[in-house]
Design a protein around this ligand. Structure first.
Ligand code: NAD
Length: 392
């Protein structure tokens, strides 16, 4: 018997060159837009100026509230919240344009700005805050992703780190169904300027999300169908996108796969690789997508028996060999991901990212959370320790 909920953005506009429609789309959500951007490129190449012009032409006042060049922390959200609360009107919206960092900052700020009972975003963060929830809906968010990775444009959470110097560092989510962006504009042309190394690791983030949501214990037929389609797009195209950033077919495929990966993760959860990634980010400063890429082969190997059918399908997509039996395809899958990482210039072990045996207990402790709960079978601390030791 089918029985499920599906949360998706109310409106998605996808296509090459469709940034031109930003003003009209923003106007459906309000008349004053707080714009948060995520790349220095956008000031240099005129994108921010163009956004102002597009908004003005549609009758939307534009306020550039800032840009972010690192994964967002509590101070980033709190400072921007104060600034936006001072300038709020009844018809305000927030536009996030950038990678997952800018989109998450936009989503978090849209929630905190509309909820004055929160003194800090930390009050409502999962696991570390005061356990407060949103009393008011967030300001409408228009998400414009420019990396093809996190799928944050389609998810109901924003990942926020502790601020520098915090003696108990963490990376946790602000999560609420109402945080799914109201409108999404995906113009793959915006991703052309993403450097090759960022393309590689963000693309592997999307692939990891698609695989982990497909095998998650919360997977459902609709998300599994989307995950499979996303993998059919991304696996053949990720290398082309890395080798030639102007390859239009590859950029489109990766942008669409990343969007689908967001719908999948928001509705089906994730697994071990995404469980460990935040701990590697907090303790070692490893970028999110890179942590996911390195952990993916181990996550596949750890779940190979309990999700043999699905992992065999993934293995056939990687190998291109449709005649492999389930046993052969599933058994070869982790190695094929390792080989892809190598071709993309990504590492295969954790030592090179700075992990030492002494840090493993902290990584294990920091890996418990919503993502790990989606793993198709429990991975206890002893097993996770052994997996991480084997990757040194
Ligand atoms: P990112 O946003 O940090 O961007 C990576 C780099 O690419 C940055 O230096 C950025 O300035 C640059 N960049 C972005 N767009 C560019 C462009 N068009 N041209 C040139 N450079 C560009 O990285 P990311 O991987 O997109 O996002 C990672 C963040 O997303 C992490 O904080 C992670 O925790 C979070 N995340 C959130 C979700 C969610 O559902 N909310 C899911 C996964 C990850």
């Amino acid at each position: 018997m089918m029985n499920y909920d599906l949360l998706v953005p109310a409106r998605t506009v996808f296509g090459w060159g469709r940034l031109d429609e930003l003003g009209a789309l923003a106007r459906t959500q309000g008349t004053k837009a707080f714009v948060i951007s995520g790349s220095r490129q956008f000031a240099v190449n005129g994108t921010l100026r163009r956004i102002d012009e597009l908004l003005a032409a549609a009758g939307v006042e534009s306020v550039q509230v800032g840009s972010i060049h690192h994964e967002p922390c509590i101070d980033d959200v709190d400072e921007m919240t104060i600034s936006i609360r001072r300038q709020l009107t009844a018809e305000s919206l927030v536009i996030g344009i950038g990678g997952g960092a800018a989109l998450d900052l936009a989503k978090a700020v849209s929630a905190t700005a509309a909820n004055p009972h929160l003194d800090s975003v930390k009050d409502a963060l999962e696991g570390v805050g005061k356990g407060l929830t949103l009393e008011q809906p967030p300001l409408p968010v228009l998400a414009v992703p420019t990396t093809s990775g996190t799928g944050s444009e389609a998810t109901k959470n924003a990942v926020i780190s502790s601020s520098p110097g915090d003696d108990q560092p963490f990376k946790k989510s602000l999560r609420a169904d109402l945080m799914v962006p109201k409108a999404v504009l995906i113009d793959p042309e915006l991703s052309v300027s993403v450097p090759a190394d960022v393309t590689a690791r963000t693309g592997m983030d999307a692939i990891t999300q698609l695989i982990e949501s497909w095998i998650s214990c919360r997977a459902k037929p609709v998300t599994s169908a989307l995950a499979r389609h996303g993998l059919e797009l991304a696996i053949p195209m990720i290398e082309r996108a890395v080798e030639d950033g102007s390859d239009r077919e590859a950029r489109e495929a990766m942008a669409h796969a990343a969007y689908l990966s967001g719908i999948c993760l928001a509705n089906a959860g994730l697994g071990m690789a995404h469980g460990v990634a935040p701990a590697l980010g907090i303790l070692l400063g490893v970028p999110h997508g890179l942590a996911c890429a390195v952990m993916l082969p181990a996550a596949i190997a750890a779940n190979c028996q309990v999700r043999k059918t699905e992992i065999a399908k993934v293995g056939r997509l990687f190998s291109g060999d449709r005649d492999l039996s389930d046993t052969e395809a599933a058994a070869g899958c982790a190695d094929l991901v390792r080989a892809l990482n190598e071709r993309l210039g990504l590492p295969s072990g954790l030592s090179v990212l700075g992990l030492t045996a002494a840090l493993i207990p902290a990584v294990v402790k920091g890996s418990r959370g919503n993502s790990m709960n989606g793993n198709p079978r429990p991975i206890e601390n002893d097993e996770l320790t052994a997996i991480l030791e084997s990757m040194l």
